[in-house]
Design a protein around this ligand. Structure first.
Ligand code: SF4
Ligand code: SF4
Length: 203
């Protein structure tokens, strides 16, 4: 009998203890966030996704070289003499067309190492973190704003200008070699004449 009373008391006590916890949380402040309708504010400096303000990029490649996992892929083409690409908002002159600027966010490990060496502060982390994809290739972000036709055009122009410069350099080298050979010939001739004059004088 005593045992049955004790068991009943323990049962009721555990029920009331459990109910007490439930009632306390029922009337307490809510901590559950109803994601995605509600979102937590990210802390300052959170690293979520990279962004490149391509208008301020000078194509120096420092970010790509700093990346430990090679997830930044940049291709540049030097601008030709007839084109002035202007300056960035930080005043740096732009000398390259950015024909490709891709970042593979599937490989990125959010280390931020690419951000710090950028001389124009145009690559940085933004707070966008909802960018999951079914296809991994969609995680390669393309920041170059050049159309394929424009890319082909600037490459073609740069190639022609490089060929022209090469021809001019070769022509200059040829002229220099000719001048040198001419000078050597004249010096030899002069030396022979002087030697002949000397021989005649001795006779
Ligand atoms: S955050 Fe790190 S891993 Fe990601 S692109 Fe920059 S350097 Fe590479
Ligand atoms: S370091 Fe900055 S300026 Fe240089 S290529 Fe990268 S994003 Fe462009």
């Amino acid at each position: 009998m005593l045992n049955a009373v004790k068991q009943s008391w323990l049962t009721f006590r555990s029920i009331f203890t459990g109910m007490g916890v439930t009632i306390r949380h029922f009337f307490g402040p809510t901590v559950t966030l109803q994601y995605p309708d509600e979102k937590m504010e990210l802390p300052k400096g959170a690293r979520a996704r990279l962004y490149v303000n391509i208008d301020d990029c000078i194509g120096c490649n420092l970010c790509a070289r700093a990346c430990p996992v090679n997830c930044i892929d940049i291709e540049t083409v030097a601008s030709t003499q007839d084109v002035d690409l202007g300056k960035t908002s930080t005043g740096n002159p732009k000398r390259f067309w950015l024909t490709r600027f891709d970042i593979d966010m599937a490989k990125c490990m959010y280390c931020d190492l690419c951000v710090h060496p950028c001389p124009t502060n145009c690559i940085y982390m933004v707070s966008e973190y909802e960018y999951s994809e079914y296809d991994r290739s969609n995680l390669v972000y393309h920041f170059s704003n050049l159309e394929p036709e424009m890319v082909a055009e600037v490459k073609d122009k740069a190639e022609k200008e490089a060929e022209q410069k090469k021809r001019e350099r070769e022509e200059m080298m040829r002229k220099k070699a000719e001048e040198k050979a001419q000078k050597e010939l004249e010096a030899k001739k002069k030396a022979e004449e002087e030697s002949n004059d000397k021989e005649k004088g001795e006779e």
